[in-house]
Design a protein around this ligand. Structure first.
Ligand code: 3PG
Length: 321
């Protein structure tokens, strides 16, 4: 019976599928430093991870019995994919399963920032019963999303999902991608496909300069460098709002802090941080931020899709029909 270690957890839909197909699934977390020993001692042949567990060259070398590494999610920056494959270890991920959840978190941050909700929540708890009128005045200059332009940098599955929500709410969309292509965004209302909207890509400069809100959906840069630094932020409209739910480090955190302090940016929404799981405190404490702890893909629906997709791929790999 093949044993699977799902070290960052696996939703029940996937566990059930795998167990029904005869696999043994263990979801008990093993600390990174004990992982190779656990894999070898327990004869795990499949390792499933999210973004927390690292599957690097050293681990792959130490675990010759490993046949497959599965990433429940999109980003593979915690796995040495090419090295694993060169050693005959298959690597899979679930690129489509979480797009919608990430897109919804982008708008959760955006709506929140536009109406000062993060600060308003904090202040209402502290002062709502004694300074209601003053708080009302302080948070009275919110802005609407409808009619505004959202710039989407990185127009893959997640970027396109963001566009579908934006169109649905009457926003204008500008999109940039490193690859040039024309995308069609499907608009579904009441379960019915109403229309397809063609989006042709714009230059990065245009997206930066013409958008009221900018959201980034690119993979981590190969050289680890920021895609959005001081120069790019300076090219944005004064008072723009920036959202990063892609990877920490894609937005330069020093440049972001300066732009929040100077008022160049009206606010920012951050789901990802350079030093996860210990992001810098001065960034977390900055004003006009909406924050979440890398929970873009962390919905019940997305995680059930992730787990089902992983399970189906594992079953197809080891129990071909
Ligand atoms: C991804 O790359 O799929 C997302 O960043 C989600 O990461 P997580 O599975 O660790 O939540």
């Amino acid at each position: 019976m093949m044993k699977i270690l799902a070290n960052d957890g696996l939703a029940s839909d996937g566990v059930n599928l795998l167990e029904s197909a005869g696999f043994t699934v263990v979801t008990q977390k093993v600390a990174q430093e004990d992982l190779s020993q656990a894999i070898n001692n327990e004869n795990y042949e499949v390792l499933l991870v999210r973004s927390a567990t690292q599957a690097r060259k050293e681990l792959i070398d130490l675990c010759p019995g490993l046949k497959l590494i599965g990433r429940g999610g999109v980003g593979m920056d915690n796995i040495d994919v090419a090295y694993a494959e060169s050693k005959g270890v298959k690597v899979i991920n679930t690129p489509a399963a979480s797009s919608q959840s990430v897109a919804e978190l982008v708008f959760a941050h955006l709506f929140g920032i536009c109406r000062f909700l993060p600060e308003s929540n904090r202040k209402m708890q502290e002062q709502g019963s004694i300074a209601f009128g003053e708080l009302k005045k302080n948070f009275s200059k919110g802005i609407e999303l409808r009619g505004k332009t959202i710039g989407i940098i990185g127009f893959g599955r997640i970027g396109q999902s963001v566009a579908s929500y934006a169109f649905g709410m009457g926003m204008n969309v500008l999109a940039y991608d490193a690859y040039d292509f024309n995308a069609q965004i499907k608009i579904v209302i009441n379960g019915k496909e109403i229309t397809n909207i063609d989006v042709s890509l714009s230059s990065l400069q245009d997206v930066l300069a013409k958008s009221d809100f900018i959201t980034v959906h690119t993979p981590a840069q190969a050289d680890g460098k920021a895609l959005i630094g001081e120069k790019e932020i300076n090219s944005m409209k004064d008072g723009a709002i920036l959202i990063n739910a892609s990877r920490g480090g894609i937005v330069d955190e020093d440049a972001l802090l300066n732009a929040l302090k100077s008022g160049k940016l009206r606010g920012a929404g951050l789901d990802v941080f350079k030093n996860e799981p210990t992001p810098r405190k001065d960034l977390l404490m900055a004003n006009h931020l909406s924050l979440s702890p890398h929970t873009g893909a962390a919905t019940l629906e997305a995680q059930n899709r992730v787990a089902t997709e992983l399970a189906e791929q594992i079953i197809a790999t080891f129990q071909p029909a």
